[in-house]
Design a binder for this molecule. Structure first.
Ligand code: PMP
Length: 370
């Protein structure tokens, strides 16, 4: 089976022996602290280090405004818990991250999708959607957006639109939740400036070490305006008392002693090669009528099938041919996405990616002939 479905980072590319030594060293030298309860807000030294990481995206923030969470997934859960009463509206790109949609649904938010194209969220659609919802008496609690190397679409909000999106949300009094786990995994040039860098009061920023280090540590964070930060810490303490001190200190130790910027470059090169393998083989194998996005970072390509094909119906046939993908419907809360699928290139080796695309193209061709 070739899986183009999962979004698992390729952790095998890490120096696992070094990580092993670092963990052993942590227990030997700081065991009593590492194995003790910690603060609800997270380890202060790690929060300083997180600010250094965020500086790469133009964010100037103090450690005091950072809350360490169990991956950015927990930050999403806490933010939703704090803000959402049943029936409140959350705006999200269409398509959007399945894990976030699941969380919003669990708290009975009403998710309204905003249209996007290959330059990200469309500001005019955002403004119109907000206007229509607010005049109909809906309470919009926040815009959830993944502006950089979006999951699942692989597209990036361009610079002009970044300013427009912030302005529209400021004017309408809508908080922005910027989810940015892939921001440092760009294939061309310097990291993009985060939305949060230009609007400290109107944006809650979510970050994660899952893709730049390893998801197994489960270390992510939220950077929030003071009032939201205080609520996040309370919600965090109520959920888990404190994050694992052990993994926080392990990540802190890794950042303090290892060439982590170099490691991120290694990941970028690796994922760039896999992105190229996927895009080239789509070009070679896919029948006319298929189209796809061309990501400049991150893990995902979003493919549109020829008119009349349904990705969900296609999946069992693809699996029988030993290739898997994620049907587009999972990335919409309103039943959209049937003509689309998400293809990930993060985990399989390039030759496996080519083989997977060849098999998938065969299944689509067969379907077109039926
Ligand atoms: N947001 C997005 C857009 C993601 O793709 C993911 C992981 N797939 C997460 C949040 C959650 O990541 P984690 O909890 O590992 O930080």
């Amino acid at each position: 089976m070739v899986s183009l479905a999962g979004g698992m980072p390729y952790v095998t590319a890490l120096p696992l022996d070094v990580v092993g030594e670092l963990v052993a060293d942590l227990v030997a030298k700081r065991g009593p602290v590492a194995l003790q309860y910690g603060s609800g807000q997270g380890d202060p030294d790690l929060r300083e280090q997180i600010c250094e990481v965020m500086r790469m995206e133009g964010i100037e923030a103090g450690a005091d405004d950072v809350v360490v969470t169990v991956g950015s997934q927990q930050a999403l859960d806490l933010i939703t818990r704090i803000f959402i009463d049943p029936g409140d509206v959350v705006l999200a790109e269409g398509p959007s991250y399945v894990g976030a949609l699941g969380t919003f649904g669990a708290y009975q938010a009403k998710v309204v999708h905003v249209a996007m194209d290959d330059q990200g969220l469309i500001p005019e659609s955002l403004a119109q959607t907000i206007y229509a919802l607010q005049t109909a008496g809906n309470r919009i609690k926040f815009l959830y957006t993944i502006p950089t190397f979006q999951n699942p679409a692989g597209v990036t909000l361009n610079e002009v639109r970044r300013r427009q999106v912030l302005e529209i949300c400021q004017r309408a009094g809508v908080l922005v939740v910027e989810d940015n786990p892939y921001g440092l995994l760009g294939f061309d040039g310097e990291p993009l400036r985060a939305l949060r860098a230009d609007d400290p009061d109107g944006v809650v920023y979510l970050g994660s070490f899952s893709k730049t280090l390893a998801p197994g540590f489960r270390v992510g964070w939220a950077l929030a305006p003071h009032a939201v930060r205080d609520k996040l810490v309370l919600a965090m303490e109520s959920a888990v008392l404190s994050h694992s001190t052990f993994t926080q200190l392990a990540v802190g130790q890794y950042l303090a002693t290892q060439p982590w910027r170099e490691q991120i470059k290694t990941f970028r090169e690796l994922y760039r090669e896999r992105r190229d393998a996927l895009l080239n083989s789509l070009e070679v194998f896919m029948p006319a009528g298929c189209s796809w996005t061309r990501p400049s970072g991150g893990f995902f390509v979003w493919m549109t099938l020829p008119e009349g094909l349904d990705s969900k119906a296609l999946l069992p046939r693809a699996v029988a041919e030993r290739v898997a993908f994620v049907p587009g419907t999972g990335f919409y809360s309103d039943g959209g996405g049937a003509q689309h699928m998400r293809l990930s290139y993060c985990y399989p080796q390039p030759d496996r990616i080519r083989e997977g695309v060849r098999r998938l193209a065969g299944v689509i061709e067969q379907e077109l002939q039926l």
